[in-house]
Design a protein around this ligand. Structure first.
Ligand code: GZL
Ligand code: ZN
Length: 359
C-alpha cells in the first residue's frame, strides 16, 4: 500500500474511533454545535469536521514517480517539460523524476526506488518493449498502479499496467509511406523509376522504432519500384544519425530518399548530405522525411532542407494526469489511448502553423 494510502487508512481509523467515542477535545457543548443541522448530534458534527480534516489530508500531494527514457531528442525534452509542468504541487502532485540515459537497467532501478519510496503512481516511458514483467510485477505486488507513456511494452500479462498513452507508430510509418507516394506522383516520377531509400531507425526495439519501420514497410511493399538499400539505428540522436548517414553516402552513390525515424536524426542526415556536397529537401537531390514535427523540424522545412515531418505529440503530461484523476475517483480508464497526429510538409504555410504549436 502506498504511503499516502496508509496515512489515509490510519486517519480513517482515527476518525471512526473519534466519532464513536467523541473523544479528542471532548464532544462539542450543545451551543458550539448550534451551527450544525439540528438533526446531527455533537459527535456527528465533530466527525463531519474531522472528515473535512481527512479530506484536507486526502488532498495531500499525489506522489508520481516518472521513469523517463533520457534526454536524447527535442521530442524528449518537450515530453519531459510536459510532465514537469503538469505534475506540480499547485495541481496536487509531487513528481519524482528519473532520467535513465536511454538505459533499461536504469529505468528498472528507478522503478524499484519508486516502490521503496511508496509512491502513489509510477509512470514509465519504456525505452524498449521487452524485459519489464519482473519489475512491473513488483510494482503490482506493492499495489502501485503503473501508467505507460510514449512507448508500449510486450508483456504476457497486461494487468501489469493500467493504461498507455502513446502515438500510433504503425500509422505514423504508413503516413510517411503515403506521403512519399503522393510526393513522387506530384513530381511526375514514373511508376517504374527505381526509388532508392535508406532508413535511419530509432533505438532498436523501441515501439516507436518498431512501428515506424513496420508501417513504412507496409507501404513500401505496395510500390514495386521502391528499393530499401539499408536500415540502421541512429539511436534517435542527431550525432549518431549524422554518422550513419555518412556511412550510407559512402556505400551508395544513388540515394533518393532518407527516412529518419525522428527529427534529430534527420538533422544529422542533412548535415552529412551537405558535407558530402549533395543537396536535399524539396529542391535537392535527396528527399528527407522525418518523425516528431518538433519546432526545429519546421525550421528545417522552412530552410528547404527537410521535406516532411510526421507528427508525434510529446504532450502526454496532461493526458496522464487525467488518467490519474479518474483512477483517484475509482473510475475506469481506457487501456490504450492513442494521441491524434498529423503531418507537415513544405507545401503548407509552415510559419503560420509553427507559430500556433506548443512544441
Ligand atoms: C516517440 C518517442 C521517440 C521520438 C524520438 O513517441 O518515443 O523517442 O520519436 C524520441 O524523438 O527520442
Ligand atoms: Zn535514384
Amino acid at each position: 500500500m502506498s504511503k499516502r494510502g496508509l496515512s489515509l487508512f490510519v486517519s480513517a481509523i482515527m476518525l471512526t474511533m473519534f466519532a464513536l467515542t467523541g473523544c479528542g477535545g471532548g464532544a462539542k457543548a450543545p451551543e458550539e454545535s448550534k451551527s450544525v443541522e439540528s438533526s446531527e448530534t455533537a459527535g456527528e458534527s465533530k466527525s463531519e469536521e474531522a472528515k473535512s480534516e481527512v479530506s484536507k489530508d486526502a488532498s495531500k500531494l499525489i506522489v508520481v514517480g516518472y521513469a523517463q527514457v533520457g534526454a536524447e531528442s527535442d521530442w524528449r525534452t518537450a515530453n519531459t517539460e510536459s510532465f514537469k509542468s503538469t505534475f506540480v504541487p499547485e495541481n496536487g502532485y509531487e513528481l519524482i523524476f528519473n532520467d535513465a540515459q536511454q538505459k533499461q537497467e536504469n529505468q528498472i532501478k528507478a522503478i524499484r526506488d519508486f516502490i521503496q519510496q511508496e509512491v502513489d503512481y509510477i509512470v514509465l516511458a519504456p525505452v524498449v518493449e521487452t524485459g519489464w514483467d519482473t519489475v512491473l510485477q513488483e510494482a503490482k505486488d506493492a499495489g502501485i498502479p503503473v501508467i505507460l507513456s510514449d512507448r508500449m511494452i510486450k508483456t504476457s500479462d497486461d494487468s501489469l499496467y493500467t493504461a498507455l498513452v502513446c502515438g500510433d507508430f504503425i500509422k505514423e510509418g504508413e503516413t510517411a509511406g503515403h506521403w512519399l507516394e503522393d510526393y513522387l506522383k506530384s513530381k511526375n516520377v514514373a511508376a517504374d523509376e527505381k526509388i532508392n531509400i535508406v532508413t535511419l531507425q530509432g533505438t532498436i526495439g523501441a515501439s516507436a522504432q518498431v512501428g515506424r519501420t513496420d508501417g513504412f514497410a507496409n507501404i513500401l511493399g505496395q510500390n514495386a519500384n521502391w528499393n530499401m538499400l539499408a536500415k540502421q539505428t541512429g539511436e534517435f540522436t542527431q550525432s549518431k544519425g549524422q554518422e550513419v548517414m555518412e556511412s550510407f553516402l559512402k556505400q551508395f552513390d544513388d540515394i533518393d530518399v532518407v527516412v529518419a525515424e525522428n527529427d534529430n536524426m534527420a538533422f544529422g542526415a542533412i548535415d552529412a548530405i551537405k558535407a558530402a556536397g549533395k543537396t536535399c529537401g524539396p529542391k535537392g537531390d535527396i528527399t528527407v522525411i522525418s518523425f516528431d514535427a518538433v519546432k526545429a523540424a519546421f525550421d528545417a522545412m522552412i530552410a528547404g532542407d527537410l521535406n516532411a515531418s510526421i507528427e508525434c505529440s510529446p504532450l502526454h503530461g496532461p493526458r496522464v494526469a487525467e488518467i490519474i484523476q479518474k483512477l483517484e475517483k475509482g473510475e475506469t480508464v481506457d487501456k490504450i489511448q492513442y494521441v491524434d497526429e498529423s503531418y507537415f510538409d513544405t507545401s503548407m504555410d509552415l510559419e503560420k502553423i509553427k507559430a500556433g504549436r506548443a512544441y
